[in-house]
Design a protein around this ligand. Structure first.
Ligand code: ACO
Length: 380
């Protein structure tokens, strides 16, 4: 009997701070009208110093685990899709693993720009379907506000911060992630890029002075690519799932620009009600945009058991990803008692992590002492 990868938990985290277009227009040469008309964005969330990529990922993941009512120790693998990781290394996923007390889990980050969540979902589903893992946590988390040129009106108005997570579990019951399509075209790499901070242009006074650490984008070209690829990937994935586009109940596209969504709806001949959009409130949150939108679609009763859901993304790389999901989980929110209990458990995991660090130091101290004693003996 085949294994199926079902989404059994979901959660999101959005920073408190809301930055409206009108506020933004006070510091950069733009207007609320231009941004709304050309992108559909009205406001975005901006992370505080404490709301880092890992912190937001942890909060979204905890919510997903609570919805699935799962013991974090049952998680086999954690994948964090992000273009704005906490550090170059260690992987943000490892910080999440530690905070969740997911002591049995492997953890790694995945970089595929705004398509990252789709890539991570496809990876997780393949592992589950192959029987290699049973429970995989997939997170998209971004603090893009840290990588924006706040003087460049063509990019700073577009992006926002946030995180979303889903928990996938293997079951014999058919459904869940039925098909995935992944694609890339590296010839368009320079169209959307943060040139500095990697091994080609490591951080230096010069890279900072020439603003190499912020997003550079050829908006028109990315726009052209996006309108082409969304319809193509959505068609391909529905075909692989054995559906037709008309049978899709909800399309959750990467939230970049409302005009891109309208153009996809037109190309696919899908009525606008079948396309979920929340970018008015959050802008483009890159790898976090689809899981955040999914959570909001569930809350709004737009995703119900039995529904055929297609998620489709495009982004830096250039990359694209599409996933066809036959939804199986009923809408569910963790009871307050369960939330309180899991908070206590996470507090305990925090202590355990502190203890592990302390023990590592004590161990290092003892090794050092033994080396010195043995060195002295050898010298006698
Ligand atoms: N306010 C006012 N005017 C602006 C602004 C702004 N915020 N931004 C650009 N303009 C001006 C330009 O300077 C230009 O002026 P000019 O004609 O005098 O030179 C004019 O508006 C038109 O510029 P265009 O670039 O043609 O504007 P367009 O209608 O194409 O919209 C946009 C630009 C919104 C960036 C659009 O191209 C777009 O959405 N592209 C896709 C971007 C995207 O989705 N990126 C994310 C990819 S996912 C990832 O992996 C991160």
């Amino acid at each position: 009997m085949g294994r199926y990868a079902h989404i059994t938990g979901w959660g999101k985290y959005l920073p408190q701070r809301i930055l409206t277009n009108t506020e933004l227009a006070k510091s950069v040469d733009t207007t609320d009208e231009w941004i709304r008309e050309r992108t559909g964005i009205g406001e975005r969330r901006i992370a505080s110093a404490k709301e880092t990529t890992a912190m937001m990922a942890i909060h979204a993941a905890r919510e997903a685990i609570e919805v699935a009512d799962l013991d974090p120790q049952k998680i086999d693998l954690i994948i964090v899709a992000t273009a704005t990781p906490e550090y170059t290394f260690p992987a943000t996923a490892c910080l999440v693993q530690d905070a969740l007390g997911a002591s049995r889990a492997g953890a790694f980050d995945l970089s595929a720009g705004c398509s990252g969540f789709g890539y991570a979902l496809a990876t997780a589903a393949s592992w589950i379907r192959s029987g290699m893992h049973n429970t995989v946590l997939v997170i998209g988390s971004e603090t893009l506000s840290q990588f924006l040129d706040w003087e460049d009106r063509a990019t700073c108005v577009l992006f926002g911060d946030g995180a979303g997570a889903v928990l996938l579990q293997g079951k014999d019951q058919p459904g869940g992630v039925l098909a995935t399509v992944l694609g890339s075209d590296g010839s368009g790499g320079e169209l959307l890029i943060i040139p500095g901070g990697g091994s080609k242009h490591p951080a230096s006074a010069e890279t900072i002075a020439t603003k190499l650490h912020v997003i550079k984008m050829n908006g028109r070209e990315v726009y052209r690519f996006a309108t082409r690829v969304i319809a193509h990937a959505a068609r391909e994935v529905t075909k692989q799932a054995g559906w037709t586009i008309e049978k899709v109940d909800l399309l959750i596209p990467h939230q970049a620009n409302v005009r891109i969504l309208d153009s996809a709806a037109k190309a696919l001949k899908l009525s606008p009600e079948k396309i979920f959009a929340n970018l008015e409130h959050y802008g483009n949150t890159s790898a976090a945009s689809i899981p955040i939108a999914l959570c909001e679609a569930i809350d709004a009763d737009r995703v119900k058991p039995g529904d055929r859901v297609v998620m489709v993304a495009f982004g830096a790389g250039l990359t694209w990803a599409a996933c066809a999901v036959e939804w199986s989980a009923p809408k569910h929110r963790a009871a307050p008692v369960q939330v309180a209990l899991s908070r206590v458990r996470y507090g305990f995991f925090g202590l355990r992590s502190l203890l592990a660090r302390l023990l590592r130091r004590i161990d290092a101290l003892f090794s050092w002492l033994i080396d010195r004693i043995e060195g002295k003996r050898g010298g006698e």
